[in-house]
Every structure is written in structure tokens, then in C-alpha cells.
Design a protein around this ligand. Structure first.
Ligand SMILES: [Zn+2]
Ligand SMILES: [Zn+2]
Length: 353
């Protein structure tokens, strides 16, 4: 008889069922990991609400992608890892062989292997991932902290791409989990950080992470007013050197372009709904020489750097995860994150009521 495990199964938007399913078994080169912490993520919350054609092409399906746990079994030929090791893995791994991988743009890999299924007691880590994007977690770091390497890697990718100089002023628009990570990283790179976002608690945390000035968008709901405020705060009224959009809204993309100083840099971090577009003032683009960066996903190098930042606690992951709950409280956790009651929760799939 095959062993059974706890799993959150996605059937349809707003229809997730907590079931007992078969424990998968690892093939050659693969790992079987007992998940000890799986984090809530905005992508999973969106998937729960409206489905996701790429992450969940067919249903029912397991989901969840920010996790760490214990290796319980290794497939034939695995030498780098052993049962009993605590590990964390990225959510995706490039092929290292396609046109874009060879260009050094692993984030645009045409054959990205995406792994899903962290909201379950066991997960199989495929061979390609094992070879590239799995790390052993040191004893002093919790499972919850280690699982943050995946989202943090995307923030690392964004800020490595735009390059911040010591003494720059960086405005971050948005105080979601990734907005907060971007704030922390911009601060670490020696920038003065101005933040606009919402939620008293979020803005307090933004300050703890290194934000020098915060604007609550509920107090200043007019974007034109916010742009004026931020410009007046820095560079003799010309505006920030870098603006990072982390809200994922077309109107915030436009706000970022209008806020940055001439010859400044704008980073479009937040993914907007597909089919949306923004309007750019050609005169501004031409005469103000703006540089715009689209950023997506991360490379194995970004992931490794994110993991290093967490294990050294240069980025203190303990500030991100509010508490760990049994698996079947996953939907409550999604709702509470949406209500800004926490940055993230972890679920422990070994626990189910
Ligand atoms: Zn995520
Ligand atoms: Zn590739």
C-alpha cells in the first residue's frame, strides 16, 4: 500500500481541498523532501483567487512554491545530498542551454522548469533543480527563514540590474512582502530610501528595514500630490535617482516614470494584469533621458546571493514570517495577508486538523 500524505489540492478558483494523497517517490537524481515550512506568497494568493494558466495548467493540482524541509530519500545517483539534510530550493530552474541562458539571461530561459506543490507534506525536487538551485540550510537558520530565499532572489535580481550607488535616493512604491525586501536591499546598498505604501504596521516595518521617509498613500491618495512630495524631498526637487515600482499596477508604473529625476532609472518590478498597458510621455523620455528596466524572476546567481543574505541575517528573515500554522489554515493565512495582518505566514504540512 502506498503511503499517504496531507496536501492542499487546487480544484478551481476559491476551491482548495485538504486531502490525503499518495506520497510521491523520487526518480534518479531527484530528492524527496518532507516540507517543514511553506510560505504564503502573493502569486499563490492570486492563484487561489483566479487560477493560474502557467503554474496550474490542469486541475486538481498541488501548489505552493516557497519552502524548505528535510530530505527523506535521495534518488539513484545523488551524491551531493543525503537523507536528514535540511534544504531549501528555488521555485524554478533554467535549462542553462537555450539561447537566453547562453546570453546570461537565465531568468528568460525558454525551458524554465517550474516546481509547485509545497503545500503538501512531501515534494519531489527534480534533478535539474538538485544540480543548480538547492542549498543545505545551516543549523542557525529556521525553515521559515530559508524558504524566503526564493522571493528575495527576485528582489536581488531587480536591484542588481539597475545598480544603485552609495548616496542615491531610491523611492519604492509598494509595501507588500517584495516591496519590503526591496527597501531592505536598497538600504543595504547605501541608498536613502523613500517609501509609499499603506498600512501602519507595514510602514513601521519599512522604517525598521531602512526606509528613511514613508508616505501613507491613504493620507495622500492623489498620485500627482505624492510625486510632488517625493520630488521635493530629494535632489533639489528633481526627484529620486531610482524609482522601483513594486505594486503591480499600471497607474503605479506611470507614477514611477513621472517621479524619477531626469536621467534617472525606473525599475518595473510589480507584474500587472495581462493585457494592461501604460502611457509614456515621449517628450519626457527623450529630453529627460530616462532608463526603464523591466525585471522578471531571477537567475541561479541571484538565488544564491539571496540565500547568503538570509543565512548571514544581513536580511533578517525572522521579521517576515508572522507564525507557522497547520496546513488546513492556509486559506485563513491568505485572507489575513490580504488584510495586511501579516507579511507572510508559514504552514507546516505535517500538521492538519
Ligand atoms: Zn513566491
Ligand atoms: Zn534556458
Amino acid at each position: 500500500m502506498t503511503e499517504k500524505m496531507n496536501a492542499a489540492m487546487f480544484y478551481a478558483p476559491k476551491d482548495v481541498r485538504f486531502e490525503r494523497t499518495d506520497v510521491p517517490s523520487p526518480g534518479p537524481g531527484e530528492l524527496l523532501v518532507k516540507v517543514r515550512a511553506a510560505l504564503t506568497c502573493g502569486t499563490d494568493i492570486k492563484t487561489y483567487q483566479r487560477g493560474h494558466p502557467v503554474i496550474i495548467p490542469k486541475t486538481p493540482s498541488t501548489f505552493g512554491h516557497e519552502y524548505s524541509g528535510d530530505i527523506v530519500e535521495v534518488g539513484e545517483g545523488v551524491t551531493k545530498f543525503k537523507p536528514g539534510m535540511r534544504v531549501t530550493a528555488c521555485n524554478a530552474v533554467p535549462c542553462m542551454n537555450c539561447y537566453f541562458c547562453k546570453l546570461g539571461h537565465n531568468e528568460l530561459c525558454e525551458d524554465l522548469l517550474i516546481v509547485n506543490g509545497a503545500y503538501a507534506e512531501y515534494i519531489v525536487v527534480p534533478e535539474r533543480m538538485v544540480n543548480v538551485n538547492v542549498y543545505e540550510v545551516p543549523d542557525h537558520i529556521s525553515y521559515e527563514e530559508a524558504a524566503l530565499a526564493e522571493p528575495l532572489g527576485t528582489a536581488v535580481h531587480a536591484l542588481r540590474k539597475c545598480r544603485i550607488d552609495l548616496g542615491d535616493t531610491v523611492a519604492v512604491l509598494g509595501t507588500g512582502p517584495l516591496g519590503l525586501m526591496l527597501i531592505r536591499l536598497a538600504h543595504l546598498q547605501g541608498a536613502r530610501v523613500i517609501v509609499s505604501g499603506k498600512g501602519d504596521e507595514r510602514l513601521e516595518i519599512a522604517k525598521e528595514f531602512g526606509a528613511n521617509d514613508v508616505i501613507d498613500i491613504r493620507d495622500v491618495p492623489d498620485p500627482a500630490e505624492r510625486i510632488k512630495m517625493v520630488k521635493e524631498m530629494c535632489n533639489f526637487g528633481y526627484g529620486p535617482d531610482v524609482v522601483v515600482e513594486a505594486a503591480g499596477l499600471p497607474e503605479a508604473w506611470e507614477e514611477a516614470v513621472d517621479m524619477v529625476r531626469p536621467a534617472g532609472k525606473v525599475v518595473f518590478f510589480g507584474g500587472c494584469k495581462s493585457g494592461t498597458s501604460i502611457t509614456l510621455d515621449t517628450k519626457l523620455m527623450h529630453y529627460a533621458e530616462l532608463t526603464l528596466y523591466g525585471v522578471f524572476h531571477q537567475t541561479p546567481d541571484d538565488y544564491k546571493r539571496a540565500f547568503n543574505l538570509l543565512t548571514s541575517r544581513t536580511v533578517d528573515g525572522r521579521q517576515f514570517v508572522k507564525e507557522t500554522r497547520p496546513l488546513d489554515r492556509l486559506i485563513d493565512a491568505f485572507d489575513e495577508v490580504k488584510a495586511l495582518k501579516a507579511i507572510k505566514y508559514a504552514v507546516d504540512p505535517t500538521q492538519m486538523n
